[in-house]
Design a protein. Structure first.
Lengths: 249, 440, 278, 345
């Protein structure tokens, strides 16, 4: 078999994850050496309908996008969800906390009924089609992305951590940001980012989604210890993947 | 003409490539008569202004950074300025300097991405940057070198290249160490050299930049005290108000946004039917304040104040690259001489309303928020540069197409695509505009 | 291997060559290997860490008897990354081997002269086979040998022809059972304990060796208790997650014992004090 | 070997000299906390620290370290041969290192760890300031008598410096400002050490450390494990910061040629989900309660049984501070057990 053919597609998102692919710089040449990149709208003009691997960035927010992603799924042997918007719905899911008509009207006012402004409940890609691999994060971690690609080439199931961000944070010797009064979601968020944010002194806001088995009871305990309002924790937990919904579907 | 067969042109570019976000170009013409010419934005709308409501002032930056992956630092800074304005938070002098350094890093990151990866293939006649390696390897290496330096720059101050994680209302969670600043200084010096050789390379293909002019209004920030080529502070100015300024808080009177049938993004107009923002607008308003080497680069590439060839925006970006790098060398010097001060800001919620305005790589950007007494957001209004350019792109199309209608479909298509790319549109971020009136 | 022990890494695999391979059923691969640098010396009950570069390592029991002189044998069930990769190996390919490991082994000498009963659930036959073959090679030194082998389906049976040959030997009895029988199946039907229940003689002096999935042990031990077998006469071959095989990584620990260095074969009288064992 | 004293200036000079010729790791401040890090100047060294965020273990058993490289055919073990000086190790951390030395050299000799250990020159120092959660006094780890090359005790303008090895002796020999330790100096040192034996005790253990294995013997089915399990995040922070935890995971990574690459070991923790999970999904120690119990038993019973009775908790108190839900404190657990079931037979 020749090189696997890869196509990259985007849906509703900031395209920051694709940008991380561009940010691979020279390593892109390794990537294009191992794969045939046949379509990548953000970076090249070539387009193709034939591919083995589809990399899909962004959330599904419109009926027509649902059709489009189903179509992509039909053609691809392997589908990779790229980044939080695709894996868990990401920031786009915040919209689901409101009534849709109201959201449209808030943004577009009297014009909100125009058909091209239509929108639907935000879904992660996995809520519409089967996803084979997830590259978590907002944005994705470049090393994790290429690691997963190499695993696919090797026929190996990538080892994505089941444990929370605290593990990587402690190994780095960071000062826990709770001590600075920040509500950090590290204890319930899936590791793999190298505890990016706490390593910069910033709270983890859960962009990689929650671990399979988060202990919400324990979280309440901490909120009490730090004299905080459980509402604060709930609001923070809504930021990515909008809340307490399971992040794996 | 005796020919019986009418000559039809049908251009329908769906999802224009090598731009950030989705845009379509539609042209129908018969025998040189234009029936329809449209710039459309079908990107899925994302409704940020509605989504931030109810969230704490602390989390606004996290949310709105996701408007755009390419200018996430700019959005984060604009939002943070607006939050600080609303909550009455003071920012120490040094924090302000380091923020400007961070902001400059993104100008370089974004500009070089556009010049090198998205526009250069047009100049050199390849479909993307990958085949360009074969054609002009040295140029690609230079581009990659600058791009990496820009990314590392954002990384060291912002915590990562995209969606920064060090910015808090009032300051930073963490600032670079002295050693890191010194390394950054060296890397920027090196970058300045690389920019010079890139400018020379671009000079060799400058004849591929189409000659086209359309007089329009150029809007940007302007700072008078002190007088600098600004991206971060200042008031609103325009080529139509003769050096005058409008305070940032009155921005609604500038970006008179409206919804077009062609677009999920909103459009804007001020003194005329349309206006332009971005590197060329900043240049046209502030060129005299550019750094020495930036002025030289402008001269080398034939860019003069008053230029109204939209294709030259890419050149203006290159000039700005030189400017931000050269200016940052001075800023780093200042910061190191003053000595680094760790300062962990603490902020408190209160009710208020505030505006934050900065120049995104693509042009002037407005963020406005209102908070209740617990610091929860009750209303938001964001106006993105690309939106302010949409109408101008449409007007350019309308003037350009008749001028080139005889060049044949291929050439017309190429020039239209290249025109849109020259604006470096950031479409994904432009698709969540809102009411012109602030919603209470 | 050089002189100072400091110069060697206990994590460094040595190369072995695949001499023979065949699929025993849909998921189990048989491999015969030989070390490139000489002979692997091992005892029944020991295991090796099989290493595939880039994928990882998996602990795998040695299935052959040290009395065999033609390399050593492994049987690998395909369940995950490493085992999948091992399944791709072809004759002549190289693979990394560390070991042999394990110090809690079959009490080869202590049980001489005794009747032996092997209770094997599925792939549990694989490590037991090493001792069974050892016993058969030293036939005169041991008493009656009984082998119980249970699988879920007929298709999952292993070493079927070997089993029927053993069965023909003097003083050896092989009994098989499957959970789900099919047309033409001549053996027993039901879980492996049905074979234990059907033993009609006194086995209080026999030595019992059991190996199978974790759930099997509970039921087997109950059945043996019924038969009044003493804990000291029962040996279990345990499995745990392992990352090093040499008593450092901590994954295979059950209370104060490490399966990798204290096992993998444990006498049940000891296991009774290890609540995490079963 | 001998006991001398060295002036503080002399010691700074010694450190400066070392920095010029080799890798020196020392305790430095990070915000209002302390960390071990590469030392750029003796002025940054903070021997008056209370406790470091991570124990010095990270220089011997690194958070992530390459064990081997492979090229598609062969495996090549990788060792770290860089010599370094580690300055500022507190007695309790020294004792933790001594314990891991035993565990990593006995039985199967771990040359990756042991080489680093041999490459290191350790300058320990008596505690000058008690940390918020230290309970070394309770664990008998407030002072240390072996494992280091030099042990410093701050007695004002001087350090009393005890060299315990040739390496230590030689090092001191290079320093200026070294003189004989007088009786009064030794008394001053003894006073500090005696005080530390009493005062590094923010959590008071209600029994002798040697009684802990016996206590745990009887506590296996105590309800406390379930109670704590309910509040545990399984975040493994208590494992990660502990000087005596030494479990690891092993991971392979390949380069783009898909052939060459590295095998690494990375810190793991018995509190984490999946620590005992095998192919097919079976997890041997699935409940959080059981995992918390395992950690406490490992520190208080299992490891001691392996290393001749020493308790594998040195009372540094790091886990107490690292646990967000305040349940990791070993003393709290032991005291509760003492209260409920008592020590003695
Ligand atoms: C002493 C001993 C002897 C064994 N003998 C055999 C044998 O003869 N034949 C056979 O097919 N299998 C045997 N196993 C089980 C075999 O080791 C696992 O099936 C194998 O490790 C799974 O690895 P994997 O990478 O394919 O699966 P994955 O699920 O991808 O495993 C990932 C990692 O988890 C660990 N792991 C997962 N499952 C196990 C497990 N059951 N035991 C130990 N580590 C595990 C390994 O470190 C592995 O690298 C034995 C296990 C032990 C402990
Ligand atoms: S620390 Fe949290 S928010 Fe930050 S990158 Fe990691 S998972 Fe995302
Ligand atoms: S168990 Fe806690 S107090 Fe004891 S050594 Fe480990 S981290 Fe320190
Ligand atoms: S630190 Fe606390 S919450 Fe985290 S695993 Fe340890 S005991 Fe559980």
């Amino acid at each position: 078999m020749g090189k696997p053919r890869v196509a990259i597609f985007d849906f509703a998102c900031c395209e920051g994850c694709q940008l991380q692919i561009v940010n691979l710089e020279e390593e892109i040449l390794d990537l294009t050496g191992a794969f045939d990149v046949v379509e990548w709208r953000e970076a090249m003009s070539e387009q193709s309908d034939e591919y083995d691997i589809a990399i899909v960035e962004g959330s599904i927010t419109r009926p027509e996008d649902e059709e489009r992603v189903k179509n992509i799924r039909r053609r691809a042997k392997i589908l990779i969800a790229l980044g939080a918007c695709a894996t868990i719905g990401g920031i786009n899911k915040l919209k689901n906390n409101f009534e849709l008509g109201e959201v449209k009207e808030y943004v577009y006012g009297k014009d909100s009924e125009k058909p091209h402004l239509d929108t639907a409940k935000t879904k992660a890609v996995g809520e519409v089609v089967k996803v084979d691999y997830k590259v978590h994060g907002c944005p994705i971690d470049r090393d994790e992305f290429t690691y997963i690609l190499r695993c696919i080439l090797l026929g190996k199931e990538p080892e994505i951590p089941e444990w929370p961000v605290c593990v990587e944070c402690k190994a780095k010797g960071n000062v826990c940001v709770w001590e600075y009064g920040q509500v950090c979601l590290g204890p319930i968020t899936r590791a793999g980012c190298g505890a990016r944010c706490p390593s910069s002194g910033f709270r983890c806001y859960g962009c990689r989604g929650y671990i399979d088995n988060p202990n919400v009871e324990a979280a309440k305990e901490v909120i009490e210890k730090y004299n905080l309002d459980i509402k604060d924790l709930k609001a923070k937990m809504k930021l990515f993947g909008s809340g307490y919904e399971p992040t794996k579907k | 003409m005796s020919q019986q067969k009418s000559k039809k042109i049908r251009i329908d570019v769906k999802h224009l490539t090598r731009v950030e976000g989705h845009g379509n170009i539609l042209l129908n013409a018969t025998d040189g008569r234009i029936e329809k010419i449209e710039w459309q934005v079908p990107e899925a709308p994302r409704f940020f202004e509605a989504m931030v409501r109810g969230h704490s002032y602390e989390d606004i930056q996290i949310i709105v950074s996701r408007i755009c992956g390419i200018c996430s630092i700019t959005h984060s800074l604009a939002a943070t300025k607006a939050v600080e304005d609303a909550l009455g938070i003071e920012v120490p002098e040094q924090v302000d300097k380091i923020r400007r350094l961070l902001h400059y890093s993104e100008q370089l990151q974004s500009h070089i991405l556009h010049i090198g990866y998205l526009a250069a293939p047009d100049f050199f006649g390849t479909p993307s940057v990958v085949p360009l390696v074969g054609k002009a390897e040295e140029v690609v290496k230079t581009i990659i070198g600058i791009h990496r330096a820009a990314n590392n720059w954002s990384d060291v101050i912002g915590g990562r290249t995209t969606h920064p994680i060090t910015i808090l209302p009032g300051g930073f969670t963490k600032i670079p160490s002295e050693k890191e600043f010194k390394e950054l200084y060296e890397s920027l010096k090196d970058t300045l050299g690389k920019l010079k050789s890139l400018a020379s390379a671009i000079e060799t293909v400058a004849e591929n930049i189409p000659v086209f002019e359309r007089d329009t209004e150029y809007v940007s920030l302007k700072q008078t005290d002190p007088s600098v080529y600004t991206f971060y502070h200042g008031d609103i100015t325009s080529t139509d108000i003769d050096g005058g300024t409008v305070p940032v808080k009155d921005w609604h009177g500038v970006a008179n946004e409206y919804v077009s049938d062609q677009s999920t993004a909103k459009w804007a107009k001020w003194h005329r039917d349309s206006y332009a923002v971005g590197a060329l607008a900043r240049f046209n308003n502030n060129a005299k304040l550019l750094s020495g080497k930036a002025k030289e680069t402008a001269k080398q590439l034939g860019l003069e104040q008053g230029c109204c060839n939209p294709y030259m925006n890419t050149i203006a970006q290159l000039v700005e690259c030189v400017h931000v790098v050269e200016t940052s060398l001075g800023l780093i010097d200042e910061v190191l001489t003053e000595g680094l001060e760790e300062h962990r800001p603490v902020s408190k919620a209160r009710a208020g309303k505030g505006v934050g305005c900065v120049e995104a790589p693509r042009g002037i950007l407005f963020h406005e928020y209102e908070f209740d007494k617990d610091g929860r957001c009750t209303g938001a209004d964001i106006c993105i540069p690309t939106n302010q350019n949409h109408a101008n792109i449409q007007k350019d199309f309308e003037k350009l197409v008749p001028e080139i209608i005889d060049e044949g479909e291929e050439s017309i298509r190429g020039k239209l695509e290249m025109l849109v790319r020259a604006y470096d549109p950031c479409i994904s971020c432009s698709t969540h505009m809102l009411n012109v009136e602030f919603v209470k | 291997m050089s002189g100072r022990r400091e110069d060697r890494s206990i994590y460094q695999p040595e190369l072995a060559t695949v001499r023979d391979r065949k699929m025993l059923n849909e998921t189990e691969l048989y491999l015969r290997l030989s070390m490139d640098s000489g002979v692997l010396e091992y005892k029944p009950g020991q295991f090796v860490e099989v290493s595939v570069a880039g994928i990882g390592e998996a602990p795998i029991s040695i299935s052959s008897s040290p009395t065999a002189d033609d390399g050593f044998e492994l049987v690998i069930r395909r369940v995950g990354n490493v085992t999948n990769a091992i399944h791709k190996l072809q004759t002549g390919d190289k693979v990394g081997i560390r070991g042999p490991y394990g110090k809690g082994l079959y009490p080869v000498d202590e049980v001489k002269g005794k009747d032996l009963i092997f209770i094997c659930g599925g792939i549990g036959l694989v490590p037991q086979r090493s001792f069974i073959k050892y016993v058969l090679a030293n036939r005169g030194e041991y008493g009656q040998v009984t082998i119980f082998f249970g699988t879920k389906t007929v298709a999952q049976r292993l070493f079927a022809s070997e089993l029927s040959e053993w069965d023909k030997l003097e003083g050896v009895e092989v009994k098989e059972t499957v959970d789900k029988p099919e047309e033409g199946w001549g053996g027993e039907v039901g879980v492996i304990t049905t074979l234990i229940d059907k033993i009609d003689k006194d086995i209080r002096d026999a030595m019992i060796f059991a190996c199978g999935p974790p759930v099997m042990y509970k039921f087997v031990l109950l059945a043996l208790e019924e038969k009044k077998v003493k804990a000291k006469n029962i040996y279990l071959n345990l499995e745990r997650k392992m990352k090093c095989g040499v008593g450092k990584c901590g994954h295979c620990q059950m209370n104060n014992y490490y399966v990798c260095i204290d096992g993998p074969v444990f006498c049940y009288s000891k296991l009774k004090d290890i609540p995490e064992a079963i | 070997m001998g006991i001398k004293k060295i002036s503080k200036d002399g010691f700074s000079g010694l450190i400066e000299g070392l920095i010029a010729e080799t890798t020196v790791i020392g305790v430095q401040s990070k915000g209002d906390k302390f960390v071990y890090d590469l030392l750029g100047s003796s002025a940054n060294l903070r021997l008056d620290y209370d406790v470091t965020i991570l124990p010095p273990k990270k220089y011997f058993l690194q958070p992530a370290e390459i064990l081997l490289r492979f090229d598609g055919e062969k495996y090549e073990a990788e060792f770290d041969d860089e010599e370094f000086v580690l300055v500022g190790v507190h007695p309790y951390d020294m004792i933790a290192i001594n314990q891991i030395d035993k565990l990593y050299s006995e039985d199967n000799f771990d040359s990756h760890y042991m080489r680093r250990r041999e490459n290191a020159t350790v300058i320990a120092c008596d505690v000058a300031r008690a940390s918020e959660n230290v309970f070394a006094s309770s664990m008998g780890t407030a002072t240390v008598s072996e494992g280091f090359d030099i042990l410093l005790t701050d007695i004002g303008d001087f350090y009393v410096a005890e060299s315990a090895t040739d390496k230590g002796e030689k090092l001191l020999g290079k320093a200026e400002g070294v003189s004989t330790a007088e009786d009064e100096d030794l008394k001053a040192r003894e006073k500090i050490q005696e005080e530390n034996k009493k005062n590094l005790n923010k959590h008071k253990l209600g029994c002798k450390p040697s009684e802990l294995p016996g206590l745990l013997e009887k506590a296996y089915n105590h309800p406390i494990w379930e109670e704590l399990g309910k509040k545990c995040f399984s975040c493994g922070s208590c494992n990660q910061v502990c000087p005596t935890c030494y479990c690891f995971n092993v991971q392979d990574e390949v380069n783009w040629d898909l052939k060459s690459g590295t095998r690494k070991r990375v810190w793991d923790g018995c509190l984490l989900d999946g620590f005992t999970k095998v192919a097919g999904g079976h997890e041997f120690r699935k409940s959080r309660a059981d995992r918390i119990k395992h950690r406490i038993y490992r520190k208080g019973k299992y490891v001691p049984e392996k290393i001749g009775g020493e308790i594998a908790c040195v009372g540094c108190g790091r886990c107490v501070g690292a646990c967000l839900t305040d349940i990791a404190n070993p003393v709290k657990i032991y005291n509760r057990l003492i209260e409920d079931i008592g020590i003695g037979k």
